[in-house]
Design a protein around this ligand. Sequence first.
Ligand code: ADP
Ligand code: ZN
Length: 602
Amino acid sequence: MSQSPEQILKSVFGFPAFRGRQEEVIHHVVAGGSGLLVMPTGGGKSLCYQVPALALPGVAVVVSPLIALMQDQVTALRQLGVRAAAINSAMEFADLVAAENALRAGELDLVYVAPERLLTDRFLALLDELRVALFAIDEAHCVSQWGHDFRPEYRQLELLATRYPAVPRLALTATADEPTRADIVERLALRPDDVFIAGFDRPNIRYLIAPKDNARTQILNFIKGEHAGQSGIVYCLSRQAVEETSVWLNQQGIESLPYHAGLDRAVRAANQDRFLKEDAMVMTATIAFGMGIDKPDVRFVAHMDLPKSLEAYYQETGRAGRDGLPAEAFLVYGTKDIAKIRQFTENSGAPEAQKRIERQKLDALIGFCESASCRRQILLSYFGENHHEPCGNCDTCLNPPAVFDGTVAAQKLMSCVYRTDQMFGAGHVIDVLLGGNTERIRKFGHDTVSTYGIGKEHDRREWQSFVRQLVAQNLLTVDIAGHGGLHLGPGARAVLKGERQVMLRHDPAAKKAKSAKAKRTSAVVAEADESLFGALRACRAALAREQGVPPYVIFHDSTLAAMAADRPTDKYGFALLPGVGGAKLERYAEAFLAVINDHVSA
Ligand code: ADP
Ligand code: ZN
């Protein structure tokens, strides 16, 4: 054994310390142990097999189903001076032969293969002749039928335990609930004691959720306000919305590309490639985009429409901030979205048991959106983790909404819906409550109903918020098959009879618009370092273009941010930056030191 894990961490990866459970897992594997590691996206799973791969003699075999990702990983490792290769069906024949020869000659530290290739007699025979350091089984939930992405060929990985009993096997996944974990342990013949579960929390992601007012304007303000010049993803529900939103963003001066399953394969690949390689590209996409994207510097994920469930929301927002720097998840949601999903569930023709689960998932999602307490606490408790302290990094923590006894307001709203015959949408009902003088009110004689003008203590915006909250609580329902008319929901009677209290919160959106400018805590660098940071990014972009690689494989934003703050003047100082190992010091110190020097002396 040449170097210790700690030495490798510093000399190759340039990181000063392990994170979370990395150290424990790495020592376990280096000592010959096998196991399952469950760690959220961005938690640093790759290091858990890459460091042992370098610490142990022989080649580490990394099994991954995502061929598109392999090349990324290999590119990043080569930048670090690590001898790595992929072997898969997407490669040119000549490259394939070269990689196999290197493997046979013992010249590789890591080799990435798809499971179906690993399991061929030919490949196994080749492995039999080699010294294998360890097997890393990435996306291990694919082994299990309970996981969300079952792949039959993963089942056959069982044979690794019997064929190579002395070689450590490390299974890794970001998402596995209890039954899935048990299944992985059994299928890969691991010991139940060797399951390492890191917390789900992604503390650097700030969760922001707002009622839909004008989704486009809200998203635009969000991007322009905090995220100009940064990479991000905007999720839309439909392909058409993706196309239109992307065009619109470009018109507004925000460079954006569309991505959805209806686009030509080549177009999708090209757009994805540009998103990875450029520093400030916004991908406007359906949820078809994201699986297997591990760009570390995605600074925001915005949802124009409600996601399918909290699981989906967590997975989609998890694509932000993998590099550990501040990132934001922004969601706007509207009453119509909620009604649409409800309707869809009810009319789906699914068995009742299935519908019940869907309803529960929707309720959890709405509860999350409408909540007045810490978003992170709700999210994490949904995944079975209880955090006792509010996080301080979500909208409700930063800007707590006031909750009040809204029974009277709810009663007024519901009786107004009732008095106007449960036929009208929120706009008209609110007009009646506010005592408006519209053509419709005159036409239907609604200025004579008992609820006319009884709601003047709240303004329109507040009433709209109350409607949304009552819909969320299922006290009002929206007839979207008709014309969006409001109906009384199942619990309405009890409220009208005064048997049930309704808690409402004041919508903080109006207030927030004014105070938002004040703090800018989600910035990646201090204001004084911004121009140097920009120059460093330009230098990185030029180097990346020269080599045809994504900028983040040269240095992450976190390294550039440290560079802009510390401003090293020589190689010794440069070597101390996080993310600068031996290979990168040799290759890049000179170029970046020149940028710093120019900047400081200018
Ligand atoms: P995962 O595979 O779990 O989604 P990665 O392995 O891609 O996460 O790691 C996420 C990011 O965190 C990467 O950019 C990686 O370089 C960085 N990282 C991992 N471990 C450390 C560490 N100990 N110190 C600093 N950065 C780290
Ligand atoms: Zn919070």
